[in-house]
Ligand binder design. Structure first.
Ligand SMILES: *Cc1c(COP(=O)(O)O)cnc(C)c1O
Length: 395
């Protein structure tokens, strides 16, 4: 089946969107479905919607739509909150599973919020835990019997460098450490086999490659054989075994449902649920082949025409996720110049120009056009304009 399905997305005419790794575009079916939930369910049924319209089951139902994309079994994924909260939930549970160990191992390229959540949790626990950051390629060697949790983001948000999930999970488990994989830049981007590698926890967001929209809920997977044993630190009423008993004492729900916290964001969850339909018939191996082919084409084209840019992503496809990054001293201004000409990527400090490769709505002609516009921006120094240097809050 054809991987490219641009017609399912609302993409402004003439725009080449290479920022789906940051915020996926709007699937065309979403507005009507959300409007229906607003008027036909909330408007018509009011409080009755929780029962009549299945709102309360959405986190499980949508989790089951995400599960196949990350290689997790049905019933092992639940939805809610944002990814930062899921980091806290997974890490706090992991540390409780290894009460005699004090080390959290991560890498220097990890996304700041993951590291901040760890720092805050360490302070709150007050038990002398330590967050140790090593270069990405030194993670495996740093795993030993003192490590409680190995907390990694599989694909580096800046460079696109990709960890070998199976290998590092094996190494962690051999040393008795618990693994937490952040799949923010993996879910919907590369094939993932959470069950195959046996990771204890996997978490991720859904507004990037999964196109769930700004503020879409995050996902969390807990390995099924552990899910009934973990003790949630954020013990919310909707993760209780019987929320409507209103029992003053917390008793966790069976399975991953205990990772639910509070009221699900029904409208956001609806947008995500409908957005997941664009994956019907998409085989992740085939998507990956397309992603690699488009990435190689983009790298070759940019390197042939833009001598001022330096590849920041691994050159070898097997070590790259589904994005390509280049370093350029004036990268922010160059990206602004590019966006002004209809090619949308983004910028990450200090000097990274980032381009998401999303085969669902990008093809060779888009990539070629993006290369040509970028070459023009560089050749004619179109970035060298005060208008493009003015920093906005979101880069
Ligand atoms: C995008 C991203 C986040 C964002 O977290 P939110 O709580 O959804 O804002 C966190 N971690 C990683 C690795 C990310 O790539």
């Amino acid at each position: 089946m054809e991987i490219c399905r641009k017609h399912l997305f609302e993409l402004p005419d003439g725009l080449i969107y290479m920022d789906g790794n940051s915020l996926g575009p709007l699937p065309r079916a979403v507005p009507e479905a959300v409007a229906h939930v607003v008027r036909g369910e909330w408007g018509a049924h009011l409080i009755g919607g929780w029962n009549a319209d299945g709102w309360m089951d959405q986190p499980r139902h949508v989790g089951d739509l995400i599960a196949p994309l990350i290689g997790a079994p049905a019933g092992s994924v639940t939805m809610g909150d944002t990814l930062s909260i899921k980091v806290h939930q997974a890490l706090s549970a992991a540390l409780e599973m290894r009460p005699d160990r004090r080390l959290i191992l991560s890498d220097e390229g990890n996304f700041p919020t993951d590291l901040y959540m760890a720092q805050g949790l360490i302070r709150q626990l007050g038990k002398g835990h330590e967050l140790r950051l090593v270069p990405p390629d030194a993670v495996e060697a740093a795993i030993d019997e003192t490590v409680a949790a190995v907390m990694l983001t599989q694909v580096d948000y800046r460079t696109g460098r990709m960890h070998d999930m199976a290998r590092l999970t094996r190494a962690a488990q051999a040393a008795g450490a618990v693994t937490i994989w952040d799949l923010a830049h993996s879910a919907g981007a590369v094939p993932v086999d959470v069950a195959g590698c046996g990771a204890e926890f996997a978490i991720g967001c859904t507004y990037k490659y999964l196109n769930g929209g700004p503020g879409a809920p995050a996902f969390i997977h807990v390995r099924p054989d552990l899910a009934d044993t973990i003790r949630p630190a954020l013990a919310g009423w909707l993760g209780h075994a019987a929320p409507f008993d209103f029992d003053p004492a917390y008793r966790p729900a069976p399975g991953v449902a205990r990772m639910r916290v509070g009221t699900p964001p029904v409208l956001q969850m609806t947008a995500l649920q409908v957005a997941m339909a664009v994956w019907d018939g998409v085989e992740m191996g085939a998507l990956r082949d397309r992603s690699v082919a488009l990435s190689e084409r983009f790298i070759a084209g940019v390197e042939a025409t833009c001598p001022g840019l330096t590849l920041a992503s691994p050159r070898e496809a097997a070590q790259r996720g589904s994005q390509v990054s280049f370093r350029f001293e004036h990268g922010y201004a160059a990206m602004q110049a590019l966006i002004a000409r209809g090619v949308v990527g983004d910028f990450r400090a200090p000097d990274i120009m980032r381009f998401g490769i999303t085969p669902l709505y990008l093809d060779e002609s888009d990539v070629d056009r993006a290369i040509a516009v970028l070459a023009d921006v560089m050749e004619r120094r179109l970035w060298d304009d005060p208008v493009h240097r003015r920093r906005q809050a979101v880069t």
